[in-house]
Design a protein. Structure first.
Length: 250
């Protein structure tokens, strides 16, 4: 049975079992998450067989992140302990920021700005991810001031995602201009940026979307973020395939 939750929560609730009060919030997210898993698996194996190892890791991280996000935002809402729920959310946001950072490194590698085969470069890359995750852990479990937490969340989430993805777009535009390609990979790149931007705006402006559409089954901040992220990753997949010389290895 479907029913709407309060406007304060602004989610659409699917009551699975009235006896245990098991609820799935925004069940539409499960559909977009399954799609994300498929995108992640396809991208991982596609680029794993080629020399595009960073993109392979990105798609693996994406499928994992969207699975965790679905658990946090839909399947396990109010069903688990607060600590476990916070831990899942920590993995969710940390992976999201990490994917954006990995996109930045992929752009730098494509343009020859860094050599990922060097051990020193790999160490710096790993160190940057460790620092990012430590900052998220400190934010989640150590920051008590609400204002400080809010700003830390905005910087580590929206700030890192926006800056890294914008730089990735700029780097890849440069890459496309410097190489000859079949078709028009530029279109895939720009459209992926547009959908990614719409998705993150939908997440940021969730209260406004809630005010406009109410407890909608299809339209809310999380569903916009999930769906637009899937579309953006499909376009990134097509961009990499069309713009990079993929050498298949056994």
């Amino acid at each position: 049975m479907y029913q709407a939750l309060s406007a304060q929560n602004c989610t659409f609730q699917w009551v699975v079992d009235y006896n245990t009060n098991f609820v799935i919030a925004d069940p539409i997210l499960i559909i977009w998450s399954i799609l994300a898993i498929g995108i992640g698996i396809e991208g991982y194996f596609k680029f794993k067989k080629s020399k595009q190892c960073l993109y392979s890791i990105i798609f693996l991280m994406y499928g994992t992140m969207m699975t965790v996000a679905c658990l946090c935002d839909s399947v396990l809402v109010n069903q688990i302990s607060r600590f476990f729920e916070d831990s899942l959310k920590l993995v969710d946001v940390s992976l999201t920021s990490s994917i954006a950072l990995m996109f930045l490194y992929a752009g730098l590698v494509d343009n020859g700005n860094i050599d990922i085969s060097k051990k020193s470069t790999k160490c710096r890359v790993v160190l940057s991810f460790i620092i990012l995750w430590v900052l998220w852990i400190v934010t989640f479990f150590c920051v008590k001031n609400p204002v400080t937490y809010l700003w830390a969340d905005r910087i580590l989430y929206y700030g890192v995602i926006s800056i890294c993805c914008l730089l990735f777009l700029i780097l890849e535009i440069s890459y496309v201009n410097d190489h000859q390609h079949k078709g028009n990979p530029f279109t895939f790149l720009v459209c992926s940026g547009v959908f990614g931007g719409i998705g993150i705006c939908g997440q940021y402006f969730t209260p406004l979307i809630c005010k406009i559409f109410g407890n909608s089954f299809f339209i809310n901040g999380p569903s916009a973020w999930f769906l637009c992220s899937d579309i953006a990753m499909i376009l990134i997949y097509k961009f990499v395939v069309s713009s990079h010389a993929l050498t298949t290895t056994k």
